[in-house]
Write a protein that binds this ligand. Sequence first.
Ligand code: FES
Length: 652
Amino acid sequence: EQDPLVIFTPSGKRGRFPVGTPVLTAARQLGVDLDSVCGGRGICSKCQVAPAFGEFSKHGVTVAKDALSEWNAVEARYDEKRGLKPGRRLGCQATIQSDIVIDVPPESQVHRQVVRKAATERVIEMDPATRLVLVDVTEPDMHDPSGDLQRLQAALHAAWQVDLGELPLALLSKLQPVLRKGNWQVTCAIFQPAEGKAQLLDLWPGYFEGPLYGLAIDLGSTTMAAHLCDLANGRVLASSGLMNPQIRFGEDLMSRVSYAMMNPGGDAEMTAAVREALNQLAEEIAKEAEIDPKLIVETVFVCNPVMHHLLLGIDPVELGQAPFALATSDSLSLFASELGLDAIHPQARSYILPCIAGHVGADAAAVALSEAPGEQDDLTLVIDVGTNAEILLGNRSRVLACSSPTGPAFEGAQISSGQRAAPGAIERIEIDPETKDPRFRVIGCDLWSDDPGFEAATAVTGITGICGSGIIEAVAEMRMTGLLDASGLIGSAEQTGTVRCEPDGRTHSYLVHDGSADGGPRITVTQGDIRAIQLAKSALYAGARLLMDEMAVDTVDRIVLAGAFGAHISPKHAMVLGMIPDAPLKAVTSAGNAAGTGARIALLNRASRKEIETVVRQITKVETAIEPRFQEHFVAANALPHASDPFPNLSA
Ligand code: FES
């Protein structure tokens, strides 16, 4: 008689196994993705399965024909203590009795799918570099004089095929008490890079359920944004941001490089400032998610080259002058403590994505990872809007990249009423073409300002300023309603027909919201704000055009607009401003924080780190700083939307 046939879903993997084979064993032999932390001891419950047909009975009551086996004692104990969902079995305890179809639910898959790439819909599998495993270590005895560490190494190798590298002293001193306290059973946090030896990050007596956490950090020149992720399932538990404190040394990258050049020790000052803020960010985000920051064991950084060097404590002076040599363009894997991150786990790891070139950094690499222009048939232009914009243009045959110094205006800095994207910031604006009155929405409230209940809903946050997406919409709406002319000049009250256009020195400004009666700010868009946006958008457009020249094209098939976290740039408004080249509106999509998503992918999936390391080598870099055509494009792009490009899709 043949052994029972076992089919796993959703993988469809199948095989025949003798009666009595544990499901976990069958899964492993077939290469089915079934999780386990405790190695089959009935402790962790990560291995849960459900038979796709038939019903269960508990505690030795006769089981249905297609069931796996009788409910066994280990499961009964687990169920009593912690509860198993109806219909669920522990895969390490349930044994195969007859032909059966077994479903592995998403929570029981190690490689479950969580992150979707915004534009490509590509699914990313969970495969973090750090995981928890439980092992039983042989007790020492007089006849076997080996050390506790050697027996732990042997146990990890035998049960999990883990080859442990050197142990830091701090962990070595913890080893003996932990082993004895756990009665020779110990949970290890193992960091396993794609290549090379594994590292023990920490150990706990007995079974430690975790979870462990990771931080994906987009370290921008103006703002720093972080996502806190559960490393077991990829879920984002909290997202938070801070202004980059280096702003006091210079608003844009080049002024920070000059600060380092002019002031001995200036680079070290900026390094200390950013590291201190990163610790603060880690503490804040952990507090928000109500977790212990010391359980954050991994961090991934994406940043532009200057931030990259300043984070690492490397003087960025070489990046301020041609040929813009990086200290290293390779990715880096190091201890977070080497970056001064002491708010998190003392053995936490940090991975920094590779840089593409001296002006095109790990943030552009992260955008390439999340938006994958090199995997598209369509010619795709990806623009990541920030103080330094990362621009990628390409398809399957070729990808080009450049960065463009837009300045911080798009992030709400250098704007009179500007602020970073945070509750209370105006993020959307519409101006009535007849009355020229604005209606707006603020972050943290779902209502528009003219909806009933808006005042009460914003009573706590107040209306504090305008963030990046808000100022883009404000300027575009002002142009569309005739408050601004094509050169970017704000009209007077007589010219525009609204008293909201009020005199402001020798120019005019537009009043968006007056909160002064309640002690709040008076929020206006000034002529200076318009100029700052014009400079920023010209730089963005010029960078994109430069890549199009290099590719010898006049149009692109798709445009993906990515921006700082929380802010979503409206494609229509971006085109009215001439921030992006002309394209059919439906070909323009908004991708949120693509660099942050790239960081999250690298945090949750080890293989993606290898992938991006390969991809960056194939990207052609275009240097904006030494390219005279950049300047020509920049000047012509100052008008709204542009001095010579007709923007046919806009008039249509
Ligand atoms: Fe841990 Fe089954 S593998 S409970």
